[in-house]
Design a protein around this ligand. Structure first.
Ligand code: ZN
Length: 564
């Protein structure tokens, strides 16, 4: 039999976690045909020359819902060995959407995930109404495979309109929401997501619909997945005390539906340096009790870049949040006002309660001063600036922010700054690795390279786990949790999503600014090194970091999918 593609002489890391071995992988009709040694005919032969050959990586936590419409290559994921992405996370999605009602969904996506609204408005045409229509629309042209979760916000907004942020749903409205979830799953959605972060407000200062919804409403929607026997549930709720609250809800969702739940998140936080261990214990106990509630974690050290024009890091502080929602002029006035500063100081400097802001002013760096006279501040921490000027840290910070008209660029290490803790989190059998948030906060932060960082920094340099285990976490593990039953392993009959990479060089590179958003706005892009080929559904998509021009991606659909 002639093959379409044979990848020869690879070190096969098959995604199962079993020991790697040398061999060839043969592909036919988009699927893995055989694994072993082949000398027969093939339309194309790639000599892997001892490089690792693994299943394509799965990015299970993205916000590409809008970007997929103008960028079917999912840049920058395509440069990191990723062959499948999952979007619709954190309750945010662009379907269902009523005629003329889409802008509310765009504004939510813009506010919560910091994607410029101008780009969203010029890049999203809402030529769909149902989840099925949306999946059909995005399926027209795809470089990578993409699956979508159903966002609680879109469903609630669709059914309740203007009331979605203000009141409980009636019985009839809950029945309508349940029907939308059922139809969405039948159309192929991979599951259901919500966001219960009380700091997530819309631009009118009201909670977004999923936050306004009582817990029981979300659980009633999760029950639909239980009835269908399909789909994953994803939940998020913000940091601090909201993590155990969200876990309690996630546990109920998993127990009632029997479906796997992925919840946000376990990370190391400077504000609560030991809490990750408590959360891992809590998770392990849940598995002992018999339900599947996986915390998601990231191999990234989360350095958040921001300007005070659009920053989310202070959103957990009650005096800060209303100011952060104001326009620039009102922000400047508030930051200059001594009485306001007192309240801000109490929460961001003096307080010790756990919150999402680390209060580590020594880890907040000035990355780009706006005024020429301040250029020598580049690279200094706010704490250093305070010492040098003899000011209090908050005054030093806000004086600079006001002087530079909110344009100073900062970077702060919020989470995952302790390598020892993060290594243990990543190694845990209970954690799902992902959380790139690709497609979100595109101007300030680039998390696309979570997989190349895991392989480069954590496996090669830190040696926290074997290459086989890391690949398993990036492939089979995610495929299993998200119901991608024909992916995530190199086995005959599985979809031929394959990544060929060099374990000795693979790594994520520093992000760079490009101006390619719809309307020409800037965003961060991130490339990698050491990824030699990616193959999607049997077709070579990327070759030495260049797109081959092929668009072999497919919409990933749940096993509950019923072809129309
Ligand atoms: Zn998210």
């Amino acid at each position: 039999m002639g093959y379409d593609l044979v990848i020869r002489n690879g070190r096969i890391v098959d995604g199962s976690g079993m020991p790697a071995f040398s061999g060839d992988v043969a592909v036919k009709d988009g699927k893995i045909a055989e694994i072993g040694k082949f000398t027969g005919a093939a339309d194309r032969v790639i000599d892997a020359g001892g490089l690792a050959v693994s299943p394509g990586f799965i990015d299970n936590h993205t916000h590409y819902d809008a970007q997929v419409l103008w960028d079917p290559m999912f840049t920058s994921s395509c440069w990191h060995g990723v062959t499948s992405v999952v979007m619709g996370n954190c309750g945010l999605a662009l379907a269902p959407a009523r005629q003329g009602g889409g802008d509310a969904l765009l504004r939510m996506l813009s506010r919560i995930e910091a994607i410029p609204i101008e780009a969203l408005r010029s890049g999203v045409d809402f030529s769909w109404e149902t989840i099925g229509d949306y999946l059909a629309r995005i399926g027209r042209k795809l470089g990578l495979n993409v699956g979508s979760l159903i966002g609680h916000n879109a469903v609630r907004q669709y059914v309740m309109g203007d009331g979605a942020s203000d009141r409980a749903a009636t019985e009839d409205e809950i029945a309508q929401m349940r029907e939308i979830v059922r139809q969405g799953m039948r159309a192929g959605a991979l599951g259901l997501t919500t966001d219960k972060n009380p700091n997530h407000l819309n631009d009118a200062g009201r909670p977004i619909p999923s936050v306004a919804a009582p817990e029981e409403e979300f659980l009633a929607l999760c029950d639909v997945l239980g009835e269908l026997g399909a789909g994953v549930i994803q939940t998020s709720a913000g940091g601090g005390k909201h993590v155990p609250e969200n876990y309690a809800m996630s546990k109920k969702a998993a127990q009632r539906s029997g479906r796997p739940v992925v919840w946000l998140t376990i990370s190391h936080r400077w504000s609560q340096p030991d809490v990750w261990r408590k959360y891992l214990d809590m998770t392990e106990q849940g598995f002992r009790e018999g339900f599947r509630a996986y915390p998601i974690c990231t191999p990234r050290r989360n350095n958040t870049r921001f300007t005070m024009k659009n920053a989310q890091i202070f959103d957990g502080l009650p005096s800060w949040l209303p100011i952060m929602l104001k326009n620039d002029a009102a922000k400047l006035a508030a930051f200059a006002d001594p009485a306001t500063r007192k309240a801000l100081h109490r929460e961001a400097v003096e307080a010790t309660d756990p919150t999402t802001f680390s209060r580590r002013w020594d880890l907040m760096y000035i990355t780009k001063p706006a005024l020429a006279k301040n250029y020598d501040l580049k690279g200094k921490s706010v704490a250093e600036l305070a010492r040098a000027t003899g000011k209090d840290v908050l005054d030093a910070f806000l004086d600079l922010v006001v002087e530079e008209n909110l344009e100073t660029a900062f970077e702060i290490n919020q989470t995952n700054g302790d390598d020892e803790a993060v290594g243990q989190i990543l190694r845990s059998p209970y954690t799902v690795i992902g959380l790139s948030d690709a497609g979100a906060h595109v101007v300030f932060d680039a998390g696309y390279g979570f997989c190349t960082r895991l392989l480069g920094f954590w496996v090669r340099e830190k040696k926290i786990m074997s290459l086989e285990d890391a690949v398993r976490k990036l492939t089979f593990h995610s495929a299993s949790v998200f119901g991608l039953n024909d992916r995530g392993l190199l086995r005959p009959g599985m979809a031929a999503d394959i990544t060929v990479f060099d374990p000795d060089t693979v790594d994520a590179l520093e992000p760079e600014v490009v101006h390619d958003l719809p309307g020409g706005g800037p965003r961060l892009m991130q490339k990698s090194r050491g990824i030699h080929y990616t193959v999607v559904n049997g077709t070579v998509l990327m070759e030495q970091n260049e797109h081959t021009g092929a668009y072999p991606g497919q919409v990933l659909r749940t096993p509950a999918y019923q072809a129309a």
